[in-house]
Design a protein around this ligand. Structure first.
Ligand code: UDX
Length: 469
């Protein structure tokens, strides 16, 4: 199948490379010529496992790049729109890029084409795309508009694409549904997985991938509702974690207890410093706005957002309660990315917490395995950057863990204790067992669990801090 993917952002890059791996002829279209030149040169602009391999495998063969939208559309049967839908000031999704692509492709709709929304868009967007294309003179029988939402997580986007829980295809005509079924046939029939070069199957996935065919409106709602539900699950467990802190219960035990109910399930029940990233904050806000526009007052979503913001303030209060005053305190910070496994700092709760602590007059040395370059662009010289976790901890009054990177869960605790001025760890991601931390000489605070304190004899503590000073 000849496919055009319009927009080389996160979704476009991953979808384009994966479609090529499924055997399709893909042209990735973008109007940013510098970005295209870098892609042609073999540069992959995002940190994503398996993506460089897929680019190496298909670049210049089944995966080409172009800034000529019309020509690319003319040469393709399926056109995926994967351009950005950033939030407006009122929280709605800004659909102007989607609209301008729809307008521009009209002249190239010369033969039957399926135009597919892949960007996260509000319900009714497909109807609008259809109207715009018709308004600009296309023959109504020459195209269909479909919705094929993406459920990719950053860091595992390639395997999420190739080993999905489900493929959702929203079409209002059987002809369009057939085109989409054919595109995904290697996954739904399982032929892709038998290929010797197939990307290896991750744990907890089942193959072949099921496909769910719905109306376009239902597919549009599935995407927003899925993200809002997951964000709600995180805010729910964060609220429960706050209750655990108030009554002295352990949120891990509570999660185990509730997550064992198969109707609830254990995933996405990790309490922490709240959700961030380019999707959840934007999508919950946009879904709230869509609901309002459709006449439904979805106040539950306001509460999901409020709990999420509150989680960051609670963490800062926790730092204050551990250190008494904050002005002039030196803090080591582990983690800047919005979650582990990515260099993305968009809406990162770690960065938002850092900014609150800087306002309080803290001095910060931060380390992140992948996100320091991007963080530097927003934090400038307000923060010092370290080359390792231990360097970030060196001489600090306390160490803060803000991103769930695997390497932060496997630190050499004796070395860490030696680096810190005071052995205090405030963990926003619950990476360690409190008792084990106390046994290793740390005072340890986490989320939804009682603080674990090590009682240091005053004389020894004074000797220790004198030595380190
Ligand atoms: C999310 C959705 O998972 C994905 O389906 C959609 O297509 C895009 O948005 P992503 O933003 O990459 O993916 O990250 P995800 O792994 O979902 O994490 C989002 C945020 O929630 C992160 O800040 C993460 O740290 C936080 N999180 C996640 C929790 O705090 N607790 C959890 O249990 C899970």
């Amino acid at each position: 199948m000849r496919i055009a993917v319009v927009g080389s952002g996160y979704v476009g890059l991953v979808a384009g490379a994966c479609f090529a791996d499924l055997g399709h002829e893909v042209v990735l279209v973008d109007n940013d010529v510098r970005k295209l030149a870098a892609l042609k040169n073999g540069e992959v602009p995002i940190h994503e496992k398996f993506l460089p391999e897929l680019f190496d495998r298909h670049r210049g063969h089944r995966l080409t790049f172009s800034d000529n939208l019309r020509e690319s559309v003319r040469a393709s049967v399926a056109i995926f729109i994967a351009v950005g839908t950033p939030p407006t000031e009122r929280g709605e999704a800004d659909l102007s890029y989607v609209e301008s692509v729809a307008r521009e492709i009209t002249g190239a709709v010369d033969d039957y084409k399926v135009i597919i929304e892949k960007s996260t868009v509000p319900v009714y967007t497909s109807e609008w795309i259809r109207k715009i294309i018709l308004r600009n003179g296309a023959d109504p029988d020459s195209f269909d508009v479909a919705s094929n939402p993406e459920f990719l997580r950053e860091g595992t986007a390639v395997t999420d694409f190739l080993f999905p829980d489900r493929i959702v295809v929203g079409c209002d005509s059987e002809r369009a549904a057939e085109v989409l079924r054919e595109i995904y046939a290697p996954l739904t029939s399982g032929t892709y997985y038998r290929h010797p070069d197939a990307i290896p199957q991750p744990d907890r996935t089942s193959i072949p991938a099921p496909i769910i065919v719905t109306s376009t409106k239902s597919a549009e709602l599935i995407k927003h509702a899925s993200n809002a539900f997951l964000a709600m699950k995180i805010s729910f467990i964060n609220a429960v974690a706050s209750m655990c802190e108030s009554v002295g219960a352990d949120v891990n035990q509570v999660c185990h207890g509730i997550g064992s109910d198969s109707r609830i399930g254990p995933r996405f029940l990790n309490p922490g410093i709240g959700y961030g990233g380019s999707c959840f904050p934007k999508d919950v806000l946009a879904f709230r706005a869509v609901a309002r526009e459709c006449g439904y007052d979805f106040r539950l979503l306001d509460e999901v957002m409020r709990i999420n913001e509150d989680q960051r303030d609670r963490f800062v209060r926790k730092v204050r309660s551990a250190l008494w005053t904050l002005r002039g305190k030196s803090l080591g910070v582990l983690g800047l990315a919005f979650k582990g496994g990515t260099d993305d700092i968009r809406e990162s709760p770690a960065i938002l917490i850092l900014q609150l602590l800087l306002q309080e007059g803290c001095k910060i040395t931060a380390y992140d395995p992948a996100a320091m370059e991007r963080a530097q662009e927003v934090l400038h010289s307000t923060v010092k950057f370290a080359n390792s976790s231990y360097e970030a901890a060196h001489g600090a009054d306390a160490l803060l863990i803000l991103t769930e990177w695997e390497e932060f869960a496997n630190l050499d605790l004796a070395r860490l204790r030696d680096e810190l001025k005071y052995p205090i760890v405030i963990d926003g991601r619950n990476l360690y067992d409190p008792e084990m931390m106390a046994a290793n000489g740390f005072t340890y605070y986490s989320v939804g669990r009682a603080a674990a304190r090590v009682e240091t004899p005053p004389a020894a503590a004074m000797r220790n801090s004198a030595k380190k000073a």
